[in-house]
Ligand binder design. Sequence first.
Ligand SMILES: Cc1cc2nc3c(=O)[nH]c(=O)nc-3n(C[C@H](O)[C@H](O)[C@H](O)COP(=O)(O)OP(=O)(O)OC[C@H]3O[C@@H](n4cnc5c(N)ncnc54)[C@H](O)[C@@H]3O)c2cc1C
Length: 466
Amino acid sequence: MGEETVENLSRRGLLAAGVAAGVPLGQTGVAAASGGGEPDAIVIGAGYAGVTAARELAARGLRPLVLEARDRIGGRTWTDTFAGLPVERGGTWVHWSQPHVWAEMMRYGIGVVEDPAPDRAILPTPDGPRSFPLDEAFGHLGELLVRFFDGAATLFDRPFDPLYNADAVRPADRISLRARLDAMRLPARDESWMSGVTSAYSGGRSTRGAYTQMARWWSLAGGGFDKWNAATGHYRIESGTIGLLTAILADASAELRLSTPVASVVDDGRRVHVTTRSGRRFSAPVAVVALPANVWHTIRFDPGLPAAHTAATREGIGVPNGTKIWIHVRGDVGRFFAQDAEGGPISALIPYRETGDGLLVVGFSYHPTFDGSDLAQVRAAVRRQEPKAEVTAIKAQNWARDEFSLGGAACQTPGQLTRLHAALQRPSGRLAFATSDIAAGWNGYIDGAIESGIRAGRQAADAAGR
Ligand SMILES: Cc1cc2nc3c(=O)[nH]c(=O)nc-3n(C[C@H](O)[C@H](O)[C@H](O)COP(=O)(O)OP(=O)(O)OC[C@H]3O[C@@H](n4cnc5c(N)ncnc54)[C@H](O)[C@@H]3O)c2cc1C
């Protein structure tokens, strides 16, 4: 398909949400790809980071060309449908404590919708999963989290400058979420409640995630369980993630080519030459690499990537397991929330919408061998939590097996913040790097993608002398 026009995007419904959000079709900013001269900049990747970078470049008077591997924009965000309702297959929740995404929503006049509150919580006990009144469950989990994050606010009192207290951050950055948990010496039940949280953010194993990573997010949210919940899991973009993304793209006046995976990037010191897998070549004075850190190693860079980027893509920043599963449940189950302990097949089940005959639930699995697209496996995992739940349909997205993300949302491992963070923000030659994975604040969130896109757009425009 390669070249993409407004009409093509619109026909496949990609712009529908954007139009619903008030973006007139004629102003989508997706220029007909008619080869209107050489671009001033190439942006590789059309997720939130890339699209934001393209808009920043346009604001500085450059004409960007955006090359995207998939047949859609959005990357790890993906507004789709399930059971006749709009759903998100990746990133979803936003909040006003996330300044970059919130500013964009204000700018484009886009509001939020709230998820329904659960009416009870099913949590692990030594005797198996048990249903608790919500106040009791969240009250206690909240106390545990406050203890877990004791000191986080001091460590990250300027959370958008995560190395501001470098002397204190350095030793804390050696500690994994598991090490911090073990140091609390919790009774078995409390340990299983907490490990359900820490393993989920780590992508399966609490030993993988850095304590500083979650402590930074906790500080950004303002500290406290209610603030944490509100910031990370309650408010959705009313027009879907595609609605806001389309609005940003509309201001980029960019030429967009979908289904155009990039194979190599050569910076000859004067220009950047980009070659696609099908052998098409593009060149421009500067480029923004707006790809997940986990896929950088799939592209040939000449000269090679800087040492920090090489280490980051080898180690991975996006979590190594991450499947989001939309589940339609029948039965008299109310609006249950469920969370399993570390090692469980589905980490969390969160109510999304009551339907006439049941409940739409979103599940997150970080288990390395669990297949979220297998109805029988999902049925068994949901029944384990709520025996009355009859799963009738599912839709799953395994981001770790997706060749264009090779991982889920970002979660730094111990040491990555102190070793790599500062260097990952710097441009290299005529290349700037944009992805939520390397953001200073809400890395691993849509907010971080926008933050990094703004930074990289500025860096690339500077390098182009504009
Ligand atoms: C399951 C899940 C749940 C999440 N939940 C939330 C949430 O509730 N709230 C929140 O704020 N964030 C959430 N996130 C995180 C958020 O979605 C991401 O941080 C953000 O979307 C990343 O944006 P990005 O532009 O950095 O990367 P991406 O969105 O991954 O964009 C990179 C783009 O590069 C493209 N690409 C890859 N390889 C090539 C190539 N060779 N050539 C050309 N293009 C290529 C990709 O196709 C993609 O479009 C979640 C993520 C996941 C996976």
